[in-house]
Design a protein around this ligand. Sequence first.
Ligand SMILES: [Zn+2]
Length: 58
Amino acid sequence: MTWKCANCGYTLFEKQPPDKCPSCGEACEFVDVSCYIPECGGPDSGGIDGRLYKKEKE
Ligand SMILES: [Zn+2]
């Protein structure tokens, strides 16, 4: 699973999101931005689904 901090945008590849964001040090909400389609490598690749990633930025 690829997780993105909803606060600072930091991404990491882990089974579970961390309690605290390593980047901004806050107990942020982590959004699952894992890629589930072959176009970006599939769920085991650590790839990010660009559509999910961008959606949070807006
Ligand atoms: Zn953060």
